[in-house]
Design a binder for this molecule. Structure first.
Ligand SMILES: Nc1nc2c(ncn2[C@@H]2O[C@H](COP(=O)(O)OP(=O)(O)OP(=O)(O)O)[C@@H](O)[C@H]2O)c(=O)[nH]1
Ligand SMILES: [Mg+2]
Length: 265
């Protein structure tokens, strides 16, 4: 953990309920900013889905110091579920929060998902199986393959905005839903990304999956169809600034790819 981080441990002296003797198999990272309304639904649903699939796990909430009672809530949830909270006091941003959580995780498979209920907790074991059993390099919850869908209530603006933003990223990655915020990667693969130099992750903005696919040169990505629900509680943080950061990230990744064409294995 870096200076300025505060960690709320699950159960101070005991191993959380879903960790085996050898530690969790799966670490689910949930980046949050002002999501206290959503966490009481999300944490039990994720933990129960993984327990049903017999997968020892931990859930790490990486919160950017939301003044909304997130800390107290996680303290309460930690009595029943293997969840811990990392509070970042001096940094903001979704992608960097996910990378921060991945670095603290103990599981062999790392999963990233939003807190707002958009991503189905029941699909988490499927993402994990795609990594462990099918040896996918990255597995992602996809709205845009057969069987995938989004809520019909999305406004026309939001739908076109998403389509236009997705198109160049598809060209870069070869996957149908490179903007997904719901994915799994092995810890080994994540840790193989160098800390410095052109292949290092640059977690600006929102789209850490896109960064991971391009920078780790992932070719074997499994897309699992999901239904993406519109958030019902709390507010979206998708601002114009975030969209500008995405445009900048795309330019940088295109330059990176042009200077280092994807290796053919
Ligand atoms: N730690 C951290 N988490 C963030 C930050 N911004 C967004 N998040 C979290 O990232 C997840 C996705 O953010 P959303 O605001 O739902 O973005 P979105 O899904 O693109 O937009 P909507 O569809 O409108 O909800 C949520 O769990 C947020 O709480 C941030 O700056 N720091
Ligand atoms: Mg959302």
């Amino acid at each position: 953990m870096s200076e300025g981080d505060v960690e709320v441990e699950a159960a101070a002296n005991s191993r959380p309920p879903s960790c085996s003797e050898s530690g969790p198999a799966v670490s689910v990272i949930v980046p949050t900013f002002k999501e206290a309304e959503n966490l009481p639904n999300l944490i039990p649903a994720v933990s129960e889905a993984l327990s049903r699939a017999d997968l020892p796990h931990e859930i790490i909430v990486v919160d950017d110091d939301s003044a909304d009672g997130t800390g107290q809530l996680i303290g309460e949830l930690a009595e029943r579920f293997p969840v811990r909270l990392i509070v970042r006091k001096d940094q903001r941003g979704l992608a960097s929060a996910v990378v921060h959580g991945f670095r603290q995780a103990e599981g062999a498979v790392l999963v990233c998902m939003d807190a707002d209920g958009s991503h189905p907790p029941t699909s988490v074991p499927e993402l994990v199986r795609a990594i462990v059993n099918d040896h996918a390099e990255i597995a992602l919850g996809s709205r845009f393959i057969v069987g995938g869908s989004t809520d019909d209530q999305w406004s026309l603006y939001r739908r076109w905005n998403s389509r236009l933003a997705t198109w160049p990223a598809r060209l870069l990655t070869g996957v149908r839903d490179p903007m997904s915020g719901f994915f799994a990667i092995s810890r080994e693969r994540f840790e193989a990304a160098p800390a410095t130099g052109p292949r290092a992750l640059n977690p600006i903005g929102y789209k850490i999956l896109l960064e991971l696919i391009v920078k780790t040169n992932a070719r074997n990505c499994a897309e699992i169809p999901i239904h993406f629900r519109r958030r019902e509680l709390g507010r979206s943080k998708l601002s114009l600034g975030v969209q500008a950061a995405y445009a900048w990230q795309l330019v940088k990744l295109m330059v990176f790819r042009a200077s280092r064409p994807a290796r053919v294995r």
